[in-house]
Design a protein around this ligand. Structure first.
Ligand code: ADP
Length: 428
């Protein structure tokens, strides 16, 4: 069995998003959290995505972590490498996309890679090297105000040129329109001119197919999760990947069902309200001010959850609150401390309740999911069926139990309004 794809993702939910698309394209996929320190069982796995936290950290850390991930993936025999970043090309003039791509190319002894951030079904397209979010240029899409990576220039050739000493070229839509062979020839002629990075136009799924085909033999490709969905078909065309009937098939789920929500995003607030409308006695609200006063509220939440779970009744513990309440808590405690109190409370509930028999756990919130996964000591996630775009069920082995722990990790604005109830119907 050969590992076909080894991906290095610059954040956790981005890693899951890519893994989800690879499964949808027909690959059996494992997500690992950080570079594994112990042997990982890769039998029956076609693709591995290593989730790093390298999007906004200092360049030297991003470079070191990405190189360590590359080394591990090569040791597993990965045939092609994929550096995954956000479809809005989140980065600054210092990096980290350019410097990471440079060191990966160098380590692989490769002379060129492509940059394919587009995700057309989500409205991220690239034309003449300019990134659009819906009908707006990137620098007019709201991303110009991003707190960590403000994107004030939509011209990706220019953006990337500020991050690397190497020449940056373009594969335009006009080239792609002539097909994969012509696109491959264009890339080769740019490589002969010493152009190491090529920003690729992408207007639709067909363009992604052309790019995946044109680059299938490159040691390193880079881009967003959209490109991931186009890769498996090319691996099948090469005869490397068999047609797999249910690449997202997971083991039967078992154990109590629990929802923990630390997200205050608009979509999550609607999901909390929808759950409470269906199960008026099913929710327990945590708030940072009470949590700051001692253990009482946490213990009440635990008792509530244990009682509900003993009845096998749907259970939600949430800190999700509207902007005014969040602001009030942040004003009283500080932003970091309010967040820390909530993340600690929810992750400690997760640990205690999984040990008490919860086997199906849904977590809402990107940071919250990170805190829960880390408190549970989870290092690998097998990717299952998608619940809603970008959010699959996943499973991880749980010591002392026959059935694995099933987890769905939802970042803020993902998922339909009935996500907290429907997710459990999707899971067999
Ligand atoms: P999202 O994916 O929606 O951005 P995150 O979990 O990434 O959600 O971030 C939400 C942050 O808000 C977390 O740090 C969480 O602990 C914090 N938080 C949750 N509820 C509250 C609240 N009621 N008041 C203040 N902060 C909160």
């Amino acid at each position: 069995m050969t590992l076909l794809l080894g991906a290095i993702a610059d954040d956790f939910t981005g890693a899951t998003d890519l893994a989800n698309n690879l499964v949808r394209g027909g690959m059996r996929c494992l997500q690992v959290i950080g570079v594994p320190q112990e042997a990982v069982d890769l039998r029956d796995i076609d693709a591995v995505v290593v989730a790093l936290k390298s999007r906004s950290c200092p360049v030297q850390d991003a470079v070191a972590d990405s190189l360590a991930a590359l080394e591990w993936l090569r040791a597993q025999g990965a045939r092609q490498l994929f550096f995954k970043y956000c479809s809005t090309f989140d980065s600054t003039d210092e990096g980290n996309i350019g410097p990471v791509a440079d060191v990966l190319l160098e380590a692989l002894g490769a002379s060129q890679t492509v940059m394919v951030p587009a995700f057309p079904v989500n409205g991220r397209t690239v034309y003449q090297g300019h990134l659009f979010v819906g009908d707006r240029l990137l620098n007019d899409s709201g991303m110009q105000h991003h707190p960590l990576n403000p994107m004030q220039d939509a011209d990706l050739v220019r953006v990337l040129s500020r991050q690397t000493p190497h020449a940056v070229g373009l594969a335009s839509r006009q080239v792609l329109a002539n097909g994969a062979e012509a696109t491959g020839a264009h890339l080769s002629s740019l490589a002969e001119q010493g152009i190491r990075h090529v920003i690729c136009d992408t207007l639709d799924e067909q363009d992604l197919d052309v790019l995946a085909e044109a680059t299938v033999l490159l040691p390193l490709i880079t881009g967003g999760s959209g490109l991931g969905q186009a890769l498996p078909a090319q691996y099948r065309a090469q005869g490397w990947l068999a047609t797999i009937a249910e690449p997202g098939r997971l083991a039967s789920a078992a154990g109590g069902a629990l929802v923990l929500s630390g997200s205050c995003s608009r979509a999550t607030l609607a999901q909390v309200a929808d759950f409470l409308a269906k199960h008026p006695d099913g929710g327990f609200a945590l708030d940072p001010l009470s949590l700051s006063e001692g253990d009482k509220q946490w213990e009440q939440a635990l008792a509530f959850a244990l009682q509900r779970l003993s009845l096998q009744a749907p259970t939600l513990i949430y800190a999700s609150a509207d902007p005014d309440n969040v602001k009030a808590a942040q004003a009283a405690l500080g932003v970091a401390q309010a967040g820390h109190l909530v993340e600690t409370a929810l992750s400690q509930l997760a640990v205690t309740l999984v040990n008490e028999g919860v086997g199906r756990l849904l977590v809402a919130g990107g940071e919250t999911s990170g805190a829960v996964v880390s408190a549970l000591g989870i290092t690998t996630l097998r990717i299952g069926e998608q619940i809603d775009p970008g959010v699959p069920w996943t499973q991880t082995p749980w010591p002392g139990r026959e059935a694995p722990l099933s987890l769905a990790l939802k970042s803020g604005n993902f998922g339909g309004v009935d996500f907290f109830t429907r997710a459990f119907e999707v899971l067999a």
